[in-house]
Each structure stands twice: as structure tokens, then as C-alpha cells.
Write a protein that binds this ligand. Structure first.
Ligand SMILES: [Zn+2]
Length: 135
């Protein structure tokens, strides 16, 4: 099974340039993820700054850790296509979005679906019935 070091070129971690070139995920970044601040305790500007840095620097930790942190900073589930299509909108949400408020259907359409629809590519939706609904 390939490891990250089999697939990527050496890079310099944008958060820890003092470590020099690395060929695998940055141990310092992974350690920092484990001891990260609660997004709820941060100011909006701090959340926006961290999100911007995460999105603009080379991938220095496993994507699942970055995705989890982005969702913490934004305060809602974030679809992966949003990372490429709505970078600035996500940063503004991290800065200003009320915490712990789910997306309304209108917000879901505007923030999640509209950027995807704007690509002009077909969208396929899958609805899975929850067996719990039939009880
Ligand atoms: Zn690092």
C-alpha cells in the first residue's frame, strides 16, 4: 500500500519551515492538531486566519485532519468541493458565522450547491432512506 511519502515530492512545511524539506506529513503539524485550540474559544479573525493558512499552504498533515479542522473553524459540515470553489466564502463564514447554527435550506442552496452548479457539470444526488424512519 502506498504511503504519502511514495506519492509526493519533498516540500517545506508552511507552518514549520525550520524543519527543512520533508517527504511525509509534518510531525509538528500533526502534534499541533492534537493540541489545537477549540474553535469556539477563538475570535472570528483568529478562525479566519487559521483557515486561510490551512487552505493556502502545502498539505502538511493528512487531509482528514485538515477537513475536520476546517469544519471546526467554519462551524458546520463543509463539502470537499467547497474547498476549491468557495475559499473566500468559507473564510468569511469562519470569521462571522454564528456558532452551532445549522444551514437553512436556502443557505445550503447558496453556499453548497450553487458553486457546484456554476461549474456546469452534472450533479447526482443520492437519497438514502434511514431505516429508523420506518419504525
Ligand atoms: Zn508543519
Amino acid at each position: 500500500m502506498p504511503t504519502p511519502s511514495d506519492r509526493r515530492k519533498a516540500y517545506t512545511c508552511g507552518f514549520h519551515p525550520e524543519r527543512g524539506e520533508q517527504a511525509d506529513f509534518c510531525p509538528a503539524c500533526i502534534q499541533e492538531h492534537e493540541t489545537r485550540l477549540s474553535a469556539e474559544s477563538m475570535t472570528g479573525d483568529e478562525r479566519a486566519a487559521e483557515l486561510s493558512a490551512l487552505m493556502d499552504r502545502p498539505l502538511s498533515r493528512p487531509f482528514d485532519l485538515i477537513h475536520k479542522r476546517i469544519e471546526e473553524l467554519v462551524g458546520r459540515p463543509v463539502w470537499t468541493h467547497e474547498l476549491g470553489l468557495n475559499r473566500d466564502g468559507l473564510i468569511e463564514e469562519a470569521r462571522n458565522r454564528p456558532r452551532d447554527s445549522p444551514l437553512t435550506p436556502a443557505e445550503f442552496q447558496t453556499k453548497v450547491m450553487a458553486p457546484l452548479e456554476a461549474t456546469g457539470k452534472p450533479i447526482i444526488g443520492v437519497v438514502v432512506d434511514d431505516p429508523g424512519d420506518q419504525l
